[in-house]
Write a protein that binds this ligand. Structure first.
Ligand code: MSP
Length: 512
């Protein structure tokens, strides 16, 4: 059953389609909490929108070409294909652990993708946007990008990578022709880049002038060959960005401009790769005759225990260990609740335990446990509907309805704050009404009925974040056609309290 509040919303909303994407992850290291975060954000956004009745396609995958990966494979003593098979599998395997419900998973080494990238290249070439030239400059291998001398900062690339001088023949994309077109596009589509701070950065970058972009490399082999000139491979970012089209069936599905998913595409990315998504990608698409995606949504970065996450500090938080110790629901909840979307945040075990015990175990867990067990013990598990809807339910609905706008604005922490407000309001109602002390069955059933409806509504809105616990709770409360409620099994503890004094005993960091 849909909660009343959602059915009311559905009456006014038109069925809408959405296409939600994560960045595709480099396969040179195993997945860590930063990767898990982007994927979980997309999963929650998808589930929330599905709950509202929207048709959402949600995709993720791995980015497997380029010099950096070729080098990592050599270091591991493996050929690149074998190396990427192994690490890509780790990214695939973590999805069920995090309880991710994606529709597709792409590897850029797949045939369908090679076809899409070659097709884009041919389109750009046909339209006269590619020419052969020579590049000489500083190359940042980690980020696979060229920079001129004056762009370097303290001898490193502006993206922070080590640089080496390189000179090579390569193909260029006429990016410089897109400066005005891009600025016009940003102006006409003020929501294209979210949040505002990232939009401003992009605007000033483009206003500073765009140079043509080197889009092929001849100094290594691990990539998709340039059509008709196989001594070059296609630049890994042109290759990687095209994944978003591959998963919609391009080039077989050729009319992206009328594709409902593409028209409503949202690329979630970390703040460090906004430029690729908000400048190069729309320019490449415009040049190929395809409309840019609808929105680029950028999030901030996680620090760990107050410091930059790094292997050498041994503070890389391991998402798999969190799931094994405390369950995927609680990791999903913490990641969304702790970080104000768009800003940087700090991941600490202490913070995690604090929120887990405070909200999941105490506030939500106890609300469900208290109400379900009184319903079972004092009403034999059957709670009849006796009176009209109470003001209490209306207030819960009002609070929960406010989450819709917050999720639309990617304010995930504030969405969860609202859910917590609704939980606190319901707990307050229990404390005031003291159902355990009521002897009159009619009065008791009326109060319990209100509370059970409130729990259903709260749980529906909480479900995108804590799907396992939510489905457990919802399976224990059945609303019959005549609105009476049957309650079963209240004994399980949803979120057993974590003993904070044992904090030193939990092994949550990644070890080699
Ligand atoms: N392969 C490119 C993306 C190509 S998309 C067409 C890439 N991959 S990546 O593996 O380096 O990481 C991608 C994403 O991981 C980042 O955009 C970011 O979302 C996430 N994060 C990696 N480390 C992170 C943190 N410490 N904190 C938060 N997210 C971070 O870039």
């Amino acid at each position: 059953m849909l909660p009343l509040t959602i059915s009311a919303f559905l009456q006014i909303s038109i069925m809408q389609t959405l296409y939600v994407t994560t960045p595709i992850y480099y396969v040179n290291a195993k997945p860590h909490i930063g990767h898990a975060y982007t994927t979980i954000v997309c999963d929650v956004f998808t589930r929330f929108n599905k709950m509202l009745g929207k048709n959402v396609k949600f995709v993720t995958g791995t980015d497997e070409h380029g010099k950096k990966i070729e080098q990592s494979a050599t270091k591991a003593g493996l050929d690149p294909k074998k190396f990427t098979d192994n690490i890509s599998q780790l990214f695939r395997d973590i999805l069920p652990v995090l309880n991710i419900f994606n529709n597709d998973f792409i590897r850029t080494t797949e045939e369908r993708h090679k076809k899409a990238v070659s097709a884009i290249w041919n389109k750009l070439s046909e339209k006269g946007y590619i020419y052969l030239g020579e590049y000489s400059g500083w190359y940042d291998i980690r980020n696979e990008a060229y920079f001129s001398e004056d762009e370097l900062i303290d001898g490193k690339s502006p993206l922070g990578g080590e640089v080496t001088i390189m000179k090579e023949e390569c193909y260029f994309f006429k990016l410089s022709e897109f400066e005005d077109k891009l600025l016009k596009f940003y102006d006409e589509n003020p929501d294209f880049i979210f949040p505002e701070t990232r939009r401003n950065e992009v605007l000033s970058f483009v206003k500073g002038g765009l140079k043509d972009l080197a889009i092929s490399r001849a100094s290594f082999k691990w990539g998709i060959p340039v059509p008709n000139d196989p001594k070059h491979v296609i630049y890994v970012w042109v290759d990687a960005l095209t994944n978003y089209l591959t998963m919609l069936g391009y080039p077989h599905e050729s009319d992206m401009n009328n594709n409902q998913y593409w028209q409503n595409s949202i690329h979630f990315v970390g703040k460090e790769i906004v430029r690729f998504h908000a400048v190069y990608w729309p320019a490449l698409l415009m040049a190929s005759g395809i409309r840019p995606p609808k929105q680029i949504v950028a999030h901030g970065w996680w620090m760990s225990e107050g410091e930059k996450m790094s292997k050498s500090l041994g503070n890389v938080q391991d998402p798999v260990k969190y799931c094994k110790l405390f369950g995927s629901d609680s990791l999903r909840y913490f990641l969304l609740r702790e970080l104000s979307f768009g800003s940087d945040g700090n991941f600490s075990l202490e913070g995690f335990i604090g929120r887990y015990n405070g909200v999941l175990a105490n506030a939500y867990g106890n609300l469900c446990k208290r109400v379900l067990s009184i319903a079972q013990k004092n009403c034999s598990g059957i709670v009849k509907k006796t009176e009209d809807e109470a003001d209490f339910i209306k207030e819960i609905e009002k609070i929960l309805n406010e989450t819709i706008e917050l999720v639309e604005k990617y304010a995930f922490n504030r969405y969860l704050e609202k859910v917590e407000t609704a939980i606190a309001f319901a707990n307050q109602y229990v404390d005031q009404q003291k159902p355990w002390a009521i002897e009159d069955q009619n009065a008791l059933q009326n109060i319990l009925h209100n509370l059970l409806i409130a729990i259903i509504q709260i749980t529906k809105f909480f479900e995108p974040v804590i799907p396992i616990a939510a489905s457990k709770v919802l399976s224990q409360i059945k609303v019959l056609d005549n609105k009476d409620i049957v309650v079963t099994n209240s004994d399980d503890s949803l979120f057993p309290r974590i003993d904070a004094s044992k904090i030193g005993e939990f092994d949550v960091f990644e070890r080699e």
